[in-house]
Design a protein around this ligand. Sequence first.
Ligand code: HEC
Ligand code: HEC
Length: 165
Amino acid sequence: MKITSLSPPATAIAIFTAAVFALTATAHAAQAPPRPMRSYPAPKNLKVLPKNLTGQQVHHIMEGWAGSLGVHCNTCHAEDPNHIGPNGRPRLDFASDSKPEKSTARLMVKMTRDINENYVSMVPVKSGEPTPKVTCGTCHRGHKDPEPFVIPHEDRRGPEGMPPH
Ligand code: HEC
Ligand code: HEC
């Protein structure tokens, strides 16, 4: 259908529609600009995680640890005073081993692995049920230092109403 063959009102509508379409498209583009993919550099100082992990995979694991402990990255990673970020604060030097929490976290990775490989994997499970697994969150539950467990009062009874030992 050629615009020249249309009656003047139809032409106006066609042009109007095209203009609205163009505007909507522009608005849409403004709302959702193509975001550049964040790139995560390949790790260079892994001692307990597999050395062939990509930067993206390491980042994913790190978000899990931070969430399990209820902390931010800077709990384990030291600031690099020579690299100031766009917010005016020093960037974190992820490869640095200067924070004791990072060393403790490495110990924890080895401990968790040992618990799973040498103990939890021995627990009998019904066929078809998944192998149970201990994770950082099993103990930490969103806290840097796992909270001491207090037995709820109503459960403080031994067999046949006997007091607990
Ligand atoms: C509970 C402590 C802890 C927290 C929280 C943590 N990390 Fe880590 N991170 C580590 C440890 C330990 C390693 C080294 C692992 C190894 O030796 O295999 C590491 C390694 C890394 C590396 C690789 C550095 C390199 O070049 O080898 C990056 C990148 C990183 N972390 C980013 C992050 C980010 C981003 C966050 C926050 C979302 C974060 N980390 C939170 C403990 C932590
Ligand atoms: C079996 C229980 C258990 C598991 C599993 C566990 N942790 Fe821990 N973690 C502890 C205990 C207990 C402490 C000592 C807390 C304290 O000092 O009060 C601790 C301490 C830490 C600390 C030092 C906190 C501090 O205050 O300096 C870090 C960091 C940590 N764990 C990270 C991890 C990460 C990461 C994982 C998973 C890879 C993990 N933990 C798995 C029990 C556990």
